[in-house]
Ligand binder design. Structure first.
Ligand code: 0X9
Ligand code: ZN
Length: 299
């Protein structure tokens, strides 16, 4: 059974998604968009009222294996929207939601069984060096700053853009979907940042003011709800340049509101965030997501 009192194994998360699709078939469907390197499903859950002209929002988590608060938060969103859909706001009901809580299932399982601090996927690289950083493998300015060509590096970019089954499946899904995506939000940890493109270099897109404004409104909703302070800015400006991120690629595909959200905390526990943080972090970020939904509906 799914709770938000612990970090769950992949099997529990996928079981929960399948259960929701079975329980609420009129609004929820689950599909596997491919297999990970080790053969695990790559599952997406869609929530929709079925109206044909809805805008769509894509949300993912678990690109980095050790950032456990990310899948926990995304599954909490799924739970809220699924269980309370009929009493949800018109904003939430008017959007087609696509949730992919664990983009990197092989890495995620590996952090549960072998190495709690593993980051990359589990595709062999060279000799003893395993894994590609999926957030350096997307195809917008792939191989640029802040990405390594060494398979032994934690930020290994992979042999080519989309060389990894996980990034390839995600990107093919977004490209081929009939959905009209106006936002892409990818949850990571940690640091409490709302980041927008570009990540590949110190530059911003022409409409960055819109991303900055909405980011600030989301951060304000988060702090009002749970008290956490999130800083807002471009990835390259606020953090560091890092090319090949999913956010940059989504933006390059014309998805206007593309964000990487670095969840809690600011470093005390880092990736090994105690389970008592799950509900507070997820709740305050749900408030942030509601602000994004209202903007998407307005445009
Ligand atoms: O470095 C990353 O991939 C992200 N930080 S993390 O600590 N979760 O690894 C930030 C990614 C920001 N976006 C881009 N650089 N495109
Ligand atoms: Zn990350």
């Amino acid at each position: 059974r799914m709770t938000w009192k612990q970090y769950h194994r992949l099997e529990d998360i996928y079981g929960f998604m399948d259960y929701l699709a079975k329980t609420y078939p009129s609004i929820i469907s689950v599909k596997s968009i491919g297999k990970s390197f080790e053969g695990r499903d790559l599952k997406i859950l869609r929530i929709s009222n079925g109206k044909s002209d809805n805008k769509a929002v894509f949300i993912d988590g678990g690109i980095h294996a050790r950032e456990w608060i990310s899948p926990a938060t995304v599954t909490y969103f799924i739970y809220q929207f699924a269980e309370y859909f009929d009493v949800e706001s018109d904003d939430i009901k008017g959007i087609d939601w696509y949730f992919m809580p664990v983009v990197n299932p092989d890495g995620y399982e590996y952090t549960h069984t072998v190495d709690r601090l593993w980051r990359k996927n589990r595709k062999p690289g060279y000799r003893a060096c395993t894994g590609t950083d999926l957030n350096r493998n997307f195809g917008h300015h792939w191989g640029g700053k802040g990405a390594s060509n060494s398979p032994c590096s934690e930020i290994y970019r992979g042999s080519n853009a989309f060389s990894e089954p996980e990034t390839l499946a995600l990107s093919e899904f977004i490209k081929s979907s009939a959905a009209n995506f106006s936002a892409y939000v990818t949850y990571h940890s940690y640091g409490q940042y709302m980041l927008y493109p570009w990540g590949y270099d110190n530059a911003v897109p022409p409409d960055y003011k819109d991303l900055d404004n909405l980011g600030k409104k989301m951060a304000e909703a988060i702090s009002k709800t749970g008290g956490s302070q999130y800083q807002v800015g471009s990835s390259s400006g606020l953090l560091y340049p890092a090319a090949g991120g999913s956010d940059d690629w989504a933006k390059s595909q014309g998805i206007k509101y593309s964000y990487t959200i670095e969840l809690s905390d600011t470093g005390r526990y880092g990736f090994v965030l105690p389970t008592s943080f799950i509900v507070p972090v997820a709740k305050e970020n749900l408030a942030g997501l509601r602000v994004l939904a209202s903007q998407v509906i307005k445009e």
